[in-house]
Design a protein around this ligand. Structure first.
Ligand SMILES: Nc1nc2c(c(=O)[nH]1)N[C@H]1C(S)=C(S)[C@@H](COP(=O)(O)OP(=O)(O)OC[C@H]3O[C@@H](n4cnc5c(N)ncnc54)[C@H](O)[C@@H]3O)O[C@H]1N2
Ligand code: MOO
Length: 410
């Protein structure tokens, strides 16, 4: 596998599309199900509503008994009882009878409409005047009109939202099978790194990729498992990678992707199993030496150690597997000429200014090692590989930074 056989982003996306991460299944209580992905089809065990219910406060009747009733020509019915909320009606409703119902009460056999209380007058304990006619099933929530027993209500793969959880509860379902969250191993490589909180001596730098990637993984709904800083030693790296591959369903390494004497990531991946390294070198800037491989069904990403490249590699490739279609793009005019080397997709940090004539994009100075600029930017301007840059005033496409209020730019 040669480093110089650089693949295009489209080719890489084609490879990623064939990845199938092994997902375990677990049962969770619906109270804990928010944002989890169903691992089973859910069929309705009961209908909704489960029985005919009144939609209003009033009197349940047989609609034919009150046909033609009006203010000037009321129809008188015999009141034979009250239906309490949550109670099964005692007996059925005979013709020319009425029962008092509340919004949500179960209707008795024989009742097929409800007259609202304001269209009636109670004349005596056992008599009510009805001043308005009703159609069949008027003011009735009919059994099964919302969901039919046996119907497929939520398909496997559906993400549980508050609405879905409410539906499961309405159906009396307390637990569902969901996919376990994907566990993502994160390994930082580099002898120059120290963990934040420790003392960085001259020549050393803080490991910023580790915490950044932990956060990026969490924001995709996966579980980060951090394996710390791995020294630049082939055997140590191989051992640590092997452990992470065993314990996780996806692994990310940063650093050691280039072709320096201590860049062991390619060798380590190829050394622990098949298919091994599939990509080494992608036509993007920054992030050219990005590595993608797999051991059985566990994808492994070797992201460049450079912080900008590492986080870009995460968003472009790792995120495709963990949380596809999370990206939000906007278009705007570039404020200055922006040259770009053709043949590589170029990502340029920009701030976005909203003016009367639309959005304007101001490029920010950056290198692949930049990190301060990533917090200042609003997003990354994408210059396609076929383009050699954009002239001031030309339209460009920006991938918005995560968490930015995209309403500002609509
Ligand atoms: N002779 C060549 N040298 C390099 C090439 C090349 O084609 N030929 N490519 C350059 C490019 S482009 C990139 S990108 C880098 C890739 O470097 P590595 O992935 O091997 O990463 P390192 O060398 O370990 O580190 C690069 C840079 O990033 C800093 N770093 C590393 N890890 C972290 C971390 N966890 N937190 C913060 N910063 C980190 C590291 O100190 C270096 O400054 O290779 C070029 N070289
Ligand atoms: O490809 Mo590298 O990430 O530009 O420095």
């Amino acid at each position: 596998m040669g480093y110089l056989t650089v693949k295009t982003v489209e080719e890489v996306n084609g490879i990623l599309a064939n990845f199938r991460i092994k997902r375990q299944v677990e049962k969770v209580k619906i109270f804990e199900g928010l944002n989890r992905e169903l691992a089973e089809d859910v069929y309705a065990p009961i209908s909704l509503p489960p029985f005919n219910r009144s939609a209003v406060d009033g009197y349940c009747v047989n609609w034919e008994d009150v046909a033609g009733a009006s203010e000037s020509l009321p129809i008188f019915l015999k009141v034979v009882g009250n239906i309490e909320m949550g109670q099964k009606p005692k007996g059925q409703l005979e013709r020319e009878q009425a029962m008092v119902v509340a919004t949500g009460s179960m209707l008795p056999e024989g009742a097929n409409a409800v007259v609202m209380v304001e269209e009636t007058e109670r004349l005596a304990e056992d008599e009510v005047a009805i001043y308005s006619s009703v159609a069949c099933y008027e003011n009735v929530l009919v059994e099964g009109e919302d969901v039919k027993k046996g119907e497929l209500v939520l398909a496997k793969g559906t993400k549980l939202t508050p609405e879905n959880i409410s539906l499961l509860a309405a159906l009396g379902i307390t637990e569902v099978e969901v996919f376990q969250k994907i566990q993502v191993g994160i390994l930082s490589t580099g002898d120059e790194l120290v963990e934040v909180g420790e003392e960085a001596k001259l020549g050393q730098i803080y490991n910023s990729n580790g915490p950044g990637l932990i956060a990026a993984v969490s924001s995709c709904g996966a579980i980060p498992r951090y394996y710390g800083i791995i020294e630049d030693d082939f055997n140590v790296l191989k051992e640590s990678l092997e452990k992470a591959v065993k314990e996780c369903q996806l692994v990310i390494l940063t650093g050691g992707t280039s072709i320096g004497t201590k860049d062991y990531v390619v060798k380590a991946i190829d050394g622990i199993g098949k298919p091994g390294v599939l990509v080494h070198g992608i036509a993007i800037k920054p992030g050219k030496p990005t590595i993608i491989g797999a051991i059985d069904s566990t994808p492994i990403f070797g992201l460049s150690g450079n912080p900008f490249s590492a986080l870009l590699g995460f968003r472009l490739f790792v995120q495709k597997l963990l949380a596809p279609s999370k990206e939000i793009f906007v278009k705007g005019k570039v404020a200055r000429n922006i040259p770009s080397t053709g043949g590589r997709q170029d990502y340029i940090p920009v701030t976005i200014v909203k003016k009367e004539d639309g959005l304007w994009l101001n490029p920010l100075f950056s290198k692949s090692n930049s990190i301060g600029v990533l917090s200042k930017m609003d997003g990354l301007l994408v210059i396609e590989a076929a383009s050699e840059g954009l002239e001031a005033g030309q339209i460009g496409k920006v991938m918005l930074k995560e968490g930015i209020n995209d309403d500002l730019f609509k």
